[in-house]
Design a protein around this ligand. Structure first.
Ligand code: PLP
Length: 428
């Protein structure tokens, strides 16, 4: 049975009416990638307020690896609803925060004892990782990468690379942030220490193991390990930002597990909360314990609903074998996408790791048109890339093989309708 079912042209009348109210009430700086308003969602399917059903290949931008309304998550939330909603962990603590910290400490790669701090978002978690790194090392500088994305708060925006629409107009940014190319020979960092910033001034280097918003850029094998090794040599903390790559997306619980690497600090968010806002910094215990009481935290950080959801998400990933499933889904995508690359010269590259897969097109306009075609035909997906020319997939990992094929059929129909193929472009 097909999952996609469109009753009206999209957006339908109810979505259009809500979009008009949205335009009056919400700043236009909050982007609107698809103009359909959601009524409900389950697994990998979203239904809009006009009764149209879509396959969700955006997953709330990578937040639903365990699926919409994962049954364990909703059961845990129902049970927590009957107990209490908020006390603030810093005032009157509760067990679920501790249990989640224990779980993340156990899951984080490496044998050094770990501790975990819980927050509300990816950006807040990145901010806290930098705070901890600066305090522990008593050094000011941070190294980040071209095409990185680490958030939209002022410090994380300074670490984020893309100027439009993210950074332009929001200057000045916090200082002591130095940007270097991603995936280049790690030894070039030594040159950066000679020519740009002294190694002994650098508190931390922050890297996404696979760049997300930057366009699903996978660095060469061994690169992260080499970078971490140079950091270790200079007393620089290595921060892995696994906000988008974490929780089975790349076929491992964390993408750095593709290498034998223990980061000093591991930043997570997005799919951790199963749809609820939650971020975490999991790090070597001696680093995490460096700053004194009151120096870390926040009113809602690790709120009880989000903690219960996260524990259920991790259970679902483990019990449903979602890491292995991510590898299969990635293969299913790659088989089709590599065949498209032969047919459509406008596809420059198919790339990714596990289920974190994408294809790069020659230009942003075609990419935008393809994403538009897809949503008009029942497939919601988001683009990526500094130049806006990458189609990425972030579907829930509970998507079935049939749903995956259905989504790929829509993408293929879109490519056929919109871009010249090898035959009619005169390319052999
Ligand atoms: C790698 C990475 N880090 C940090 C963030 C920021 O997370 P949030 O939007 O929850 O603040 C994102 C969001 O897309 C991300 O992809």
């Amino acid at each position: 049975m097909r999952s996609i079912h469109l009753k009206t042209p999209v957006p339908g009348p109810r979505s259009r009416a809500l979009a008009a109210r949205r335009a009056e009430a919400v700043p236009r700086g909050v982007s609107q990638l698809t103009p359909v308003f959601v009524a409900r969602a389950e697994g990998a399917v979203i239904e809009d307020v006009d009764g149209n059903r879509y396959l969700d290949f955006a997953g709330g931008i990578g937040c639903l690896n365990a699926g919409h309304r994962e049954p364990g998550v909703t059961a845990a939330l129902d049970a927590q609803l009957d107990r209490f909603l908020h006390t603030c962990f810093m005032v009157t603590p509760y067990e679920s925060y501790v249990r989640l910290a224990e779980k993340l400490n156990a899951l984080a790669p490496g044998h050094t004892p770990k501790k975990t701090l819980l927050l509300n978002s990816g950006a807040e978690a990145v901010e806290n990782a930098i705070k901890i790194a600066r305090a522990c090392t008593r050094r000011p500088a941070v190294i980040c990468f071209e095409d990185a994305f680490h958030g939209r708060t002022l410090l994380t925006l300074s670490l984020t690379s893309k100027t439009h629409p993210y950074k332009a107009g929001f200057e000045p940014f916090p200082g002591e942030v130095y940007r270097v190319p991603y995936g280049q020979p790690a030894a070039q960092l030594e040159d950066t220490f000679a020519r740009v910033v002294a190694a002994e001034s650098v508190a931390a280097l922050i890297a996404e193991p696979v760049q997300g918003e930057g366009g699903f850029i996978v660095p060469p094998p061994g690169w992260l390990t080499a970078v971490a090794e140079i950091c270790r040599k200079h007393g620089i903390l290595f921060i892995a930002d696994e906000v988008q790559t974490g929780f089975a997306r790349t076929g491992r619980m964390f993408a750095i597990e593709h290498e034998d690497l223990e980061p000093d600090l591991l930043v997570t968010a997005k799919s951790l909360g199963g749809g609820l806002p939650l971020g975490a910094v999991t790090g070597k215990a001696e680093l995490m314990d460096y700053t004194g009481p009151g120096s870390l935290g926040g009113t809602f950080g690790g709120n009880p609903m989000a903690c219960e959801a996260a524990l259920a998400v991790i259970r679902a990933i483990e019990e449903r074998g979602l890491c292995q499933r991510a590898m299969q889904l990635g293969e299913q995508f790659r088989r089709r996408a590599l065949a498209w690359k032969e047919r459509f010269p406008t596809i420059r590259e198919v790339r990714g790791l596990g289920a974190m897969q994408a294809f790069e097109l020659a230009d942003a306009a075609t990419t935008k048109s393809l994403a538009q075609y897809c949503y008009e035909h029942g497939l919601i997906l988001v683009t990526a890339g500094t130049y806006g020319n990458v189609i990425r997939i972030l579907m829930p990992l509970v998507v079935t093989g049939e749903q995956m094929d259905e989504a790929l059929d829509v993408m293929e129909a879109g490519l056929t309708a919109l871009v010249p193929n090898a035959a009619n472009a005169g390319v052999a």
